[in-house]
Design a protein around this ligand. Structure first.
Ligand SMILES: [Zn+2]
Length: 309
């Protein structure tokens, strides 16, 4: 049971904003979705419209964490600090000009309510930890393998946020400083080798296929497609073994679009992760689990924000 009977969270994604109401069990009881605006002022109006749609007259929406009527949790993509300022946001055209954006106060003004902000991947981590695939664990790492790589860390029973709130950006951990150009402006970040986009590039170079076609061909037993997926799993495992060396998680929770390919990825991922891990034969290996809350994880986690500790 969660404190407060109903809570509201909004996940601001790259292409859409999703708002949810969850009940005391964490079950989504209603939701609303709108396209994401590309400028922050328009985005605040979009979030307000979603809240208005969820917050029908007569609805009894409790505070997030029960600390003040109508508090809303919001997950934003980019660097969100502990004071609710947005320092970088890859999908907002005006983010660089305005940075840091006083996101919490602007959103609170638009919504007429107090808001609690965090990074979108941190919200998804919180949701999978409290209500999803990592329930009951004190140490877990969420890795979302989508267009890029996002994620978050729960260490010794707490969501790791770091000094400024920027912890968990491990998609931009540099595997090879001379590697492919990354969307962040650097080269050879982990996500240039191990994201959905990277699988597409591997599949195109090796077999002239899309990533999805390679997944299906591997499922059908095509050895060349299985070799491409094995190489991709190898790249993902380089990061998973590094994260294991750093955080010693009981489990990884793999989310994002590529979590759909668990049937063909799970075995090579486990094998390669053990291959790279320090002293792998003399320790328990982290379990590989797959996300349970799907694309709603970020919004559910936003609704849970203020009880995350
Ligand atoms: Zn990068």
């Amino acid at each position: 049971m969660l404190p407060g009977s109903r809570r509201v969270g909004v996940d601001v994604g790259g292409t859409k904003c999703l708002g949810v109401v969850i009940d005391q069990h964490g079950t989504v009881t209603s939701w609303a979705r709108r396209p994401t605006a590309t400028r922050f002022d328009a985005l605040a109006s979009t979030v307000a419209a979603i809240i208005a749609e969820l917050d029908e007259p007569g609805d009894d929406i409790d505070a997030v964490g029960g600390t003040g009527a109508g508090t809303i949790g919001i997950g934003l993509p980019g660097l969100v600090d502990r004071q609710g300022r947005l320092h970088a946001a890859p999908h907002l055209d005006d983010a660089i000009d305005l940075a840091p954006i006083e996101a919490a106060s602007i959103l609170a003004e638009h919504l007429g309510r107090e808001v609690v902000l965090d990074n979108d991947a941190t919200c998804a981590t919180l949701a999978e930890w409290r209500l999803g695939a990592a329930r009951g664990l004190d140490n877990m790492v969420l890795v979302t393998l989508g267009t890029g790589i996002g994620g978050g860390v729960v260490s010794d029973g707490r969501v790791l946020r770091g000094e400024h709130g920027f912890a968990g950006e491990f998609g931009h951990f540099q595997v090879d400083p001379l590697g492919p150009a990354c969307s962040c402006g650097k080269r050879g970040c982990w996500e240039t080798f191990a994201s959905g986009r990277a699988l597409d590039a591997l599949a195109a170079a090796g077999l002239g296929m899309s990533g999805e076609q390679v997944e299906q061909a591997a499922r059908d037993g095509d050895p060349a497609a299985q070799a491409v997926l094995d190489e991709f799993a190898h790249q993902v495992a380089i990061g998973l073994s590094a994260l294991t060396n750093m955080f010693d998680p009981a489990a990884f929770v793999l989310g994002g679009g590529l979590a759909q390919t668990r049937d063909v990825l799970a075995e090579p991922l486990a094998r390669w992760t053990a291959e790279y891990l320090y002293s792998a034969s003399r320790r328990p290996l982290p379990a590989l689990r797959f996300a349970e809350l799907g694309p709603q994880a970020g919004a559910i986690g936003a609704a849970l924000l203020s009880s995350s500790g």
